[in-house]
Design a protein around this ligand. Structure first.
Ligand SMILES: C[S@@+](CC[C@H](N)C(=O)[O-])C[C@H]1O[C@@H](n2cnc3c(N)ncnc32)[C@H](O)[C@@H]1O
Length: 355
């Protein structure tokens, strides 16, 4: 220790404190979303000054002086940007503008990640992650089980408010596909039917069938998720359990489903998928949209996001984020012969798996 440079140790201290306090950064982001700051800036039509923001926020008068400090941190974190604005009195002031990250938080934007961020700050998720250290000494499958005495999917089925929030979050997340639908349309072309296993409220189905109206899309999800959802000409909803049975089709889609399960459960589901596409022979396929850790050219931000997701899967559902080798083993164990990975969705990849 003595031999180490003091400067190096002070850097190490800052590194430690930054990670220790990253929950404060998270709560600042939560505040921005709950206060509606991105939408206020957008409606303002130009960068907003602090007095204008304070007025629009309609917060308690004693809190006006604190807004600048919240914005300063969020600018530092890249959620907002500052620029100079000239007001009527010709004085230059600092104006706060959106960045690409906060544009994704606009409520009426397509895509919007506002519901996703809100759902991830739900007290049930924050609370269960606090049990991570204790869980290492205990027998439960996940820290979520340690915290609530039941599994994550059971909790969702018993908690209407959180279930609604979670499903909205997934629709928002699926909306990101809109950005590259033209680049991945080829994956769905030539298919007459597809079953979207664990497809939630049909977020991906609505986007894809809009540009491929002849594709018959069926969402299979748990009964409490799809209840009261109306079918349309080429989009229908079926309540069921993917471990029991999957309707047959030309292709199966699994978006952000397998990462929530153990290897053993993934192989079970993949075997059911293989059965479901067997009528199509060698031309059937399973389309997976999920995280592949350690892809070529993956930058630091993507790796960190993937590793955070991996920990989230550990806390909530006994799932994991997998490297290519681990995905390959699942496919081979389930009896598939080959696969192709295309990293087209940022932190998620498109994986086509063939019998
Ligand atoms: C992370 S969400 C992904 C939703 C959707 N694929 C998307 O990306 O927007 C996982 C989905 O799997 C569903 N699910 C969980 N267990 C299931 C089961 N045994 N059978 C069918 N669906 C299940 C959940 O209800 C949930 O909608």
């Amino acid at each position: 220790m003595e031999k180490m440079d003091a400067e190096e140790l002070f850097q190490a201290q800052a590194h430690l404190y930054n990670y220790t306090y990253s929950f404060i950064g998270s709560m600042c982001l939560k505040s921005a979303v709950h206060l509606g700051i991105p939408d206020i800036i957008f409606k303002n039509g130009q960068p907003i000054t602090i007095p204008e923001l304070v007025l629009a926020l309609q917060i308690h008068p004693t809190k006006s002086g604190y807004v600048y400090r919240l914005m300063r941190l969020l600018v530092h974190a890249g959620f907002f940007a500052t620029t100079k604005v000239v007001k009527d009195d010709k004085e230059e002031e600092v104006g706060y503008d959106l960045t690409p990250s906060s544009r994704l938080l606009l409520k009426d934007n397509v895509p919007t990640l506002s519901p996703f961020v809100r759902a991830m700050f739900h007290p049930a998720l924050v609370h269960s992650s606090e049990f991570l250290p204790e869980w290492f000494h205990r027998n439960e499958i996940t820290p979520f089980d340690t915290a609530f005495g039941m599994g994550y999917w059971d909790y969702l089925s018993q908690n209407q408010e959180f279930n609604g929030l979670f499903n909205e979050a997934m629709i928002g997340d699926s909306g990101m596909i809109n950005l590259v639908i033209k680049d991945c349309k080829y994956v769905f072309e030539g298919l007459n039917s597809l079953v979207d296993v664990g497809g939630g409220k049909g977020g991906v189905g609505r986007i894809v069938t809009e540009s491929l109206p002849n594709l018959h899309w069926t969402v299979l999800d748990l009964p409490h998720v799809i209840e009261n959802l109306p079918d349309s000409t080429n989009l229908k909803f079926v309540g069921g359990d993917m471990f029991q049975s999957i309707p047959s089709a030309d292709a199966i889609l699994l978006k952000l489903v397998l990462h929530a399960y153990s290897d053993e459960d993934c192989v079970k589901v993949l075997k059911k998928c293989k059965e479901a596409i067997s009528n199509k022979g060698k031309e059937g396929k399973v389309i997976i949209i999920d995280i592949v850790v350690g892809e070529k050219n993956e930058n630091h931000v993507l790796t960190e996001a993937k590793l955070f997701f991996d920990m989230l899967m550990m806390v909530l559902v006994n799932g994991r984020e997998r490297e290519e080798k681990e995905w390959e083993k699942l496919f081979l164990d389930a009896g598939f012969s080959h696969y192709k990975i295309t990293p087209i969705f940022g932190m998620r990849s498109l994986i086509e798996v063939y019998p």
